[in-house]
Design a protein around this ligand. Structure first.
Ligand code: GLA
Length: 389
């Protein structure tokens, strides 16, 4: 639990002013992996793990950020924030300030305290939660507002351009627009979305393989490039295919032989994943949990075999989960190559499920996993003074 009043107090002691406080959640993705930058569909949910941003004006021309997680403070002149980061934790919040400056929004000098409990590098979008919480704080200070989808897009730009990680829109969007007890089916082309209630008797059990991933480096970018290579080949035959969202299995059957084998497999994952994701949202809305679980299992297999973005530890974690009592569905969630599995589990079995997974996983891998229980939670918002979270 984040102690919002405690963060408020620390901010006031350190910077001398009562702050305004904002909170933005991390996310877990139920299904729809690497489909966001292909203009496709995703179905994430915001989680109970979040970043809190406490802000007050500095009354000078500097931006100062205290990270409670890193135990560090960094100060920059507002005019020196620039347009590119320096591979430092502060790139995420300063990236947000930079994008607002580029948008012509006048952010005054500030004191910002950040504290989060989204595990770092675990595929639960700690970075998006930092960006979104920071952006709400900065907009407050600049005395302006923007629609939530626009906030998500600007945060994505901060991550793409300033941090240098080529992510899609999913994480920032659900951090902004997620809702309690609901998954969010997002059309990443139109940014239309609908909320699908997660039945009250189910819990999200998130199992951390403890294998770290990083988006700024290698594999994520390689996958994205492979997808773009395949898209270009399809586009040369059918110009209306601008993203894999526009392609079908028939297109791949017809022109896939022109692609290197790895590129064809990446494209096949995305084309089939889009279909599975829409079907999964329908199943969730219809209360057809059996179909939802089957689609999650198929999504994991496709992520493992066609997209080759799983890792042995995540495969073990999923294998352990599937036969356990109360398990509706299990798969690796997020950008891949490590991180967490998402498990939809009947709440009455959740504790038992967690301890069996922990035991089985440690036995097979000699790694002690972390297991987080969550409900789907609300999107980013201001926390009023008496609020605790
Ligand atoms: C990361 C990115 C997202 C998305 C997922 C994979 O979380 O930030 O934009 O591409 O990976 O689905």
């Amino acid at each position: 639990m984040l102690d919002v009043n405690g963060i408020r107090k620390i901010h006031k002691e350190r910077f001398g002013h009562e702050p305004a406080v904002f909170i933005a959640p991390g996310r877990v993705n139920l299904i729809g992996e690497h489909t966001d930058y292909a203009d496709g569909f995703v179905m994430p949910a915001a989680i109970d793990f979040a970043t809190v941003a406490a802000i007050s004006p500095s009354n000078d021309a500097n931006g100062t950020i205290l990270s409670r997680n890193f135990g560090q403070t960094i100060e920059r002149k507002m005019q020196d924030i620039g347009t590119q980061g320096s591979h430092h934790w502060s790139d995420y919040p300063f990236g947000v300030v930079s994008i607002l400056q580029q948008e012509g929004i006048n952010v005054p000098g500030f004191h910002l305290t950040l504290e989060g409990n989204v595990p770092l590098g675990a595929g639960l979008s700690s970075s998006a939660s930092i960006e979104v919480a920071t952006m709400l704080a900065m907009l407050h200070l600049a005395r302006t507002t923007l629609p939530l989808p626009k906030i998500a897009l600007l945060c994505q730009r901060a991550e793409n351009d300033y941090v240098g990680a080529p992510c899609g829109i999913m994480d920032q969007f659900v951090s902004c627009c997620g809702a309690a007890d609901s998954a969010l089916l997002l059309d990443c082309r139109s940014l239309d979305f609908r909320l699908a209630p997660i039945p009250k008797h189910l819990s999200l059990v998130i199992c951390n393989t403890m294998v770290k991933h990083s988006h700024a480096g290698g594999e994520y970018g390689i996958r994205r490039a492979e997808v773009e290579e395949g898209t270009a080949i399809l586009h040369s035959h059918r110009p209306e295919i601008r993203f894999l969202r526009d392609a079908t299995m028939e297109d791949l059957d017809r022109w896939g032989h022109e692609m290197p084998a790895n590129v064809l497999k990446r494209c096949r994952h995305i084309v089939t994943e889009n279909v599975r994701t829409v079907a999964a949202a329908d199943a969730l809305e219809a209360g057809d949990l059996k179909t939802l679980g089957r689609l999650m299992a198929e999504a994991h297999a496709s992520y493992r075999d066609d997209f080759e973005a799983s890792c042995p530890e995540a495969d073990i974690m999923v294998q352990l989960a599937l036969p356990l009592e109360g398990c509706i569905g299990a798969r690796l969630t997020g950008g891949g190559f490590g991180g967490c599995t998402v498990n939809l589990v009947e709440s009455i079995y959740a504790e038992q499920f967690a301890s069996r997974i922990a035991e089985g996983y440690e036995k097979e891998t000699s790694i002690r996993p972390e297991i987080y229980m969550s409900r789907a939670s609300a999107g980013a918002h201001k926390v009023e003074h008496s609020g605790t979270n």
